[in-house]
Design a protein around this ligand. Structure first.
Ligand code: FAD
Length: 409
C-alpha cells in the first residue's frame, strides 16, 4: 500500500486517477477550500505534471513553448501535500475493498475515489492503423513526434474536425506538405453551418493545406512504417506521417474493471457520483445525463461542482452549454448552441471583403445559437445572451452588429 500521511485526527483518503485538467482543477479547489480534510494521492499515467492540453495545438504551430503549457509544477503539488505519482497507471479498481491497483503493483486504499481519466483518441480499425508513423493528436508525446517530422516531408491528417484542422495547420506551418482528409461533405460539420464551413475550407486551403472532402480511408500502407494512405475511391496519398484525429472515446477501462456502471462514459449523477457510493467521475471520462463532454469548460464546471460537494458545500451539477472555438487556424471561428436553427429565424451578416460571417439563430424572440467566422470579438457576449435566454426585443435590430452597437442604442 502507498503510505498515506495521518496528522492528528484522521483525514479522509482521496485518490484521484488521472493527472489532466479535470484532476488538477479538482485538487486546486480542494486545497483552497478544505486543505485539512483530505490526504490526496494523484495517480497519473503521463509522466509530466498536469499541463494545458488545449495549448498542444499552439505548441505544434510554434505559437507556444512547452513551458507555456505548465499549469502547476510537480513541486507545487508536493508542497501542498499531494502525493503525485507521475508515470503510474491505475490498472484495476475494487470498489468493494475501496482500493485501486497501480501499474507498479502497489495497491492504494481510499475513502473516496475520483476517476478523471479523460479520453483516448479513436483509431478507426483500417488496415495499417497501428503502423509506426501513424499517431494521434492527444498528448505531449504526439506533438513531439510531429515536431520531429522534417520540413518538406508529407503528412496526411485524417479527420476534419477541430483537432484535425489544428493538426493540419500546425504541420503545414512547420513546412510539411499536408493533406487533410475528411469523411463528411464539409469541415467541422458538427460545429459549423454550411456557409461557415465553406469559408473555413477556403481559409485552410489558403494556408497551403490540401483538403479532400468525402474521403474514406481504406488502408494505411507501407514497408514497416506508414508510407501512403489509400482511399476507397482508389486515390493514393503518399505520407511520411499520418495523424489520425477521428474523435475521442471516454476512458472507461478502469471503471469497467470494478463493475462501475458505464454507458458511453462513466455514468454519474448530479453529484458526479457513480453507482458506487464514494466513487466519482469528472471530465471527459464521465457521462452526465447522457452527455460526454469533449472540451474544457464543462470539465472545469464538473471539477468545481465536485470540489464544492467534497468540501461540504451545497453542490449540484446540472450540465453545461458548450461552445466550440478554433484557435490556431489563423482564422477565428466560434459556434454555440443551436447553430443550424432548423425551423427558427436566422439573422445573417456577411462581409466577403472583410472575410467575416455571422449567423444568429432566434427562436421565440430568444437567441438560441450563433456561428461567428472571422470576427469573434463578441463571442462571449453572444454566449451570455444564449445562456440568459432573455427576450431580445430591445436589441434585436442591432444584434448582428455586435455588443457595442446593441448596447449604445
Ligand atoms: C490537441 C488538443 C486541443 C484541444 N483544444 C481544445 C480547445 O481549444 N478548447 C477546449 O475547450 N478543449 C480543447 N481540447 C480538449 C481538452 O484538452 C480536454 O477537454 C481536457 O483536457 C479534458 O480534461 P480531462 O482531465 O478530462 O482529460 P485529460 O486532460 O485527457 O486528462 C486525463 C489524464 O488521465 C490519464 N489517465 C488515463 N487513464 C489513466 C489511468 N488508468 N491511470 C492514471 N492516469 C490515467 C491520461 O493519461 C491523462 O493524462 C483539446 C484537446 C486536444 C488533445
Amino acid at each position: 500500500m502507498v503510505p498515506v500521511r495521518l496528522e492528528g485526527r484522521r483525514r479522509e483518503r482521496l485518490l484521484v486517477v488521472g493527472g489532466g485538467m479535470a484532476a488538477l482543477k479538482l485538487v486546486e479547489e480542494l486545497i483552497e477550500h478544505c486543505p485539512d480534510r483530505y490526504d490526496i494521492v494523484m495517480a497519473a499515467k503521463e509522466l509530466h505534471a498536469p499541463y494545458n492540453r488545449v495549448l498542444l495545438s499552439s505548441l505544434l504551430a510554434g505559437d507556444a513553448q512547452t513551458a507555456d503549457l505548465e499549469l502547476r509544477p510537480a513541486s507545487w503539488l508536493i508542497e501542498k501535500g499531494v502525493q503525485f505519482l507521475g508515470g503510474v497507471e491505475a490498472t484495476a479498481v475494487r470498489p468493494a475493498r475501496q482500493e485501486v491497483v497501480l501499474s507498479t503493483g502497489a495497491r492504494v486504499g481510499y475513502d473516496r475515489l475520483v476517476l478523471a481519466a479523460g479520453s483516448k483518441a479513436i483509431r478507426p480499425p483500417v488496415p495499417g492503423h497501428m503502423l509506426p508513423g501513424v499517431i494521434a493528436f492527444r498528448d505531449l508525446d504526439d506533438v513531439g513526434a510531429m515536431q520531429r517530422a522534417l520540413p518538406g516531408s508529407r503528412a496526411v491528417v485524417i479527420g476534419g474536425g477541430l483537432l484535425g484542422i489544428e493538426a493540419a495547420y500546425g504541420l503545414s506551418k512547420r513546412g510539411l506538405a499536408v493533406t487533410l482528409i475528411h469523411i463528411m461533405p464539409r469541415l467541422m460539420e458538427r460545429q459549423l453551418d454550411v456557409r461557415a464551413a465553406e469559408l473555413l475550407m477556403a481559409a485552410v486551403e489558403s494556408k497551403g493545406v490540401e483538403v479532400v472532402l468525402e474521403g474514406h480511408t481504406a488502408a494505411i500502407e507501407g514497408d514497416g512504417k506508414a508510407e501512403r494512405v489509400v482511399l476507397k475511391d482508389g486515390r493514393v496519398l503518399s505520407a511520411d506521417l499520418v495523424v489520425i484525429a477521428a474523435g475521442i472515446r471516454p476512458e472507461t477501462a478502469l471503471a469497467e474493471s470494478g463493475g462501475i456502471e458505464i454507458g458511453r462514459g462513466i455514468k454519474v449523477d448530479d453529484k458526479l457520483e457513480t453507482n458506487w457510493p464514494g466513487v466519482y467521475a469528472i471530465g471527459e471520462c464521465a457521462e452526465h445525463r447522457g452527455i460526454c463532454y469533449g472540451i474544457v469548460e464543462p470539465v472545469y464546471e464538473q471539477a468545481n461542482a465536485l470540489a464544492r460537494y467534497l468540501s461540504g458545500r451545497p453542490a449540484r451539477y446540472e450540465g453545461s452549454l458548450i461552445a466550440a472555438s478554433l484557435k490556431v487556424s489563423g482564422v477565428p471561428v466560434y459556434s454555440m448552441g443551436d447553430f443550424e436553427g432548423e425551423g427558427a429565424e436566422a439573422i445573417v451578416l456577411e462581409d466577403e471583403g472583410a472575410g467575416s460571417y455571422r449567423k444568429l439563430v432566434v427562436r421565440d424572440n430568444r437567441l438560441m445559437g450563433v456561428v461567428l467566422f472571422g470576427d469573434t470579438a463578441d463571442a462571449f457576449w453572444y454566449r451570455d445572451l444564449i445562456r440568459q435566454a432573455a427576450p431580445l426585443t430591445p436589441i434585436r435590430a442591432l444584434l448582428a452588429f455586435g455588443r457595442a452597437h446593441a448596447e449604445a442604442a
